[in-house]
Design a protein. Structure first.
Length: 71
């Protein structure tokens, strides 16, 4: 499996606070990852501390590097 986390830092934090906001996002998702099966196709939106959507995470098929084909 391949885990991909994409965060748009320009939207996630005020100027000069990107590292702090990214750290918060990583801590939150790092602690939350146990609630997911982590199978190709899993994913969710990522929100900043103001609850704005600033990215997504997803699990890809490691053999193809892409989302699995829909059933």
């Amino acid at each position: 499996m391949k885990f991909l986390l994409e965060v748009e830092l320009a939207d996630a934090a005020p100027e000069g606070e990107s590292a702090r906001e990214l750290g918060r996002i990583l801590r939150y998702w790092g602690g939350n990852v146990r609630h997911y099966a982590l199978e190709p196709g899993d994913g969710s939106a990522v929100h900043d501390s103001a609850y704005r959507e600033v990215g997504r995470w997803r699990v890809l098929d490691s053999a193809t590097g892409s989302d699995p084909a829909p059933d």
